[in-house]
Design a protein around this ligand. Structure first.
Ligand SMILES: [Mg+2]
Length: 267
């Protein structure tokens, strides 16, 4: 039986405030040693996720921008991927979301028309993104390399905005910290389902684990066999109503490490 771990990044594998994997790194390496794939499934961009994959020495498929796209390293699966894909760098990509250009065009038009004052990544320089997000400037630049989503970093929107989103085939997802606008078909759950199918074809028997910290992880957690929720920095768990959801003691990467120990112990 092949075990596979699907994980959120911010507030789960990474510390919510410092974005550091310091406290989960040993657990990541122990899963790696046991050939257990760790599949990132996060609101983060391809550029950001590649940075963490390379830092941790991982090479697995990953799901970007809240389920907007799945990046699969070329030749990772032995059999041909039975979905429409395109190739970029060394990855085959399945895209579920909409282009960031289309999303930004909508946001710009709407903001002008209704005189709203919200701020997105595209509006401000990396230094300001850094101040608003707590990312260092280099990380902010990676976060700004968006392909499929735009984030509302500050300022308010209204109900008319949400109605207009739906008409444009877009939707809003509330993250650990911010609100992200993505294509209506972008979904962490749909993306996990596709990867589960591909892993199943390869290994026949699989068991999937999911680790998250917030509401925007529900779709991913609902798709896996064993779903785990780690604690938020104040020590509480996000209010997620889901049968069989296991609440772990331990904030972010500390809870993540505990889940990894459980994954090891399951035969
Ligand atoms: Mg999170």
């Amino acid at each position: 039986m092949k075990k596979i771990v699907f994980t959120d990044l911010d507030g789960s594998l990474l510390d919510l405030k410092s974005y550091s994997y310091y406290k989960s790194e040993a657990a990541v390496q122990s899963l790696k040693k046991d050939n257990i794939p760790i599949v990132f499934c996060s609101s983060k961009t391809k550029c950001e996720q590649l940075f963490y994959q390379e830092s941790l020495g991982l090479r697995h498929p990953f799901i970007t921008e809240n389920g907007s796209a799945i990046f699969i390293p070329k030749r990772y699966f032995k059999r041909k991927i039975p979905y429409h894909t395109f190739v970029t760098d060394d990855y085959e990509v399945i895209s579920l979301g909409k282009s960031v250009a289309e999303i930004r065009a909508f946001l710009d038009t709407f903001r002008k028309e209704f005189e709203l004052k919200f701020t997105c990544f595209a509006d401000i320089p990396p230094e300001e993104v850094s101040m608003l997000t707590g990312l260092d400037v280099r990380s902010a630049r990676r976060a700004m390399m968006r392909e499929y989503s735009e984030m509302l970093l500050s300022g308010a929107v209204n109900q008319v905005f949400y109605n207009a989103l739906a008409l444009k085939d877009l939707r809003s997802i509330k993250d650990s910290k911010f609100e992200t606008i993505v294509g209506a078909k972008a979904s962490k759950g749909a993306a996990v389902k596709i990867l589960k199918y591909l892993y199943e074809r390869e290994f026949e028997r699989i068991r999937t684990f999911g680790i998250g910290d917030s509401i925007n992880d529900i779709e991913m957690l609902e798709e896996v066999d064993d779903a785990y929720l780690v604690q938020r920095p104040e020590g509480s768990w996000s209010a997620i109503e889901m049968a069989d959801l296991k609440k772990m003691l331990g904030v972010g990467p500390v809870g993540w490490t505990r889940v990894a120990e459980l994954v090891h112990s399951i035969q």
